[in-house]
Design a protein around this ligand. Structure first.
Ligand code: 3PG
Length: 211
């Protein structure tokens, strides 16, 4: 089986804050991607939680080439393949089963398998993945938990997400085993619904300044 390090460059080093986006309207895909780029965050994790998500990835991949577009909330092996076919450049899952991990590896894309326990972290490492998502970060122990596992499991690097804010992000980013954090606060539902792309750009710029 291939190891993660043989794939493309690290997703964790692309941006300090990965915008985690839930999109209801396909026509918002390209403007939101452009707003993030304008704010200095050229990466987006488009979650597969809405019917338009795969088409939104396809639109962003073809119309906003300057952004790194990934598919989040991968929960089935089929979704990993669908995301690849839609043009996703990386994959993120909230948790990890063996078949999900194999399906993500089979795409050849960089990916962050979701973990929340030391056993899950060890299983990901055993499978050749040293970079992973830590989810749900705040309710799974937050920075204290990540600090506690840095010494016994030094090989693992994380993108914590779930409950992180602009205010709490710096304490995560200061940890040696954190590459970036993820969060939905940069693209709030009301800003997307209103088409308030200036607000998204402002929120992205605040987050980009944490890097
Ligand atoms: C995720 O999928 O990473 C989370 O839903 C993002 O969590 P947040 O909405 O609390 O930022």
């Amino acid at each position: 089986m291939s190891s993660q390090s043989e794939f493309a460059p690290s997703v964790l080093d692309a941006v300090p804050v990965m915008p985690v986006v839930v999109l209801d309207s396909l026509e918002h895909a390209v403007p939101v991607a452009r707003a993030l780029v304008a704010g200095g965050l050229p990466a987006i994790e488009l979650t597969l939680r809405t019917p338009v998500a795969l088409e939104a990835i396809r639109a962003i991949a073809s119309e906003v080439p300057e952004i790194l577009v990934g598919a989040g909330t991968i929960t089935t092996p089929a979704q990993a393949k669908e995301a690849l076919e839609a043009g996703a450049q990386f994959l993120v899952s909230p948790g990890t089963t063996r078949s999900l991990l194999h399906a993500m590896q089979d795409t050849g894309l960089p990916f962050l398998p979701g973990t929340a326990t030391v056993s899950e972290v060890l299983a990901a490492l055993e499978a050749g993945c040293s970079e992973m998502k830590f989810f749900p970060a705040e309710s799974s122990g937050g920075t204290a938990y990540l600090k506690a596992i840095a010494s016994p499991v030094p090989a693992a690097r994380f993108c914590p997400t779930g409950g992180i804010t602009l205010a709490s992000a710096p304490s995560y980013l200061a940890l040696p085993n954190v590459g970036c954090v993820g969060g939905s606060w940069i693209t709030p539902a009301d800003a997307l619904a209103a088409g308030d792309w200036d607000r998204v750009t402002r929120l992205a710029a605040e987050a980009a300044a944490l890097g």
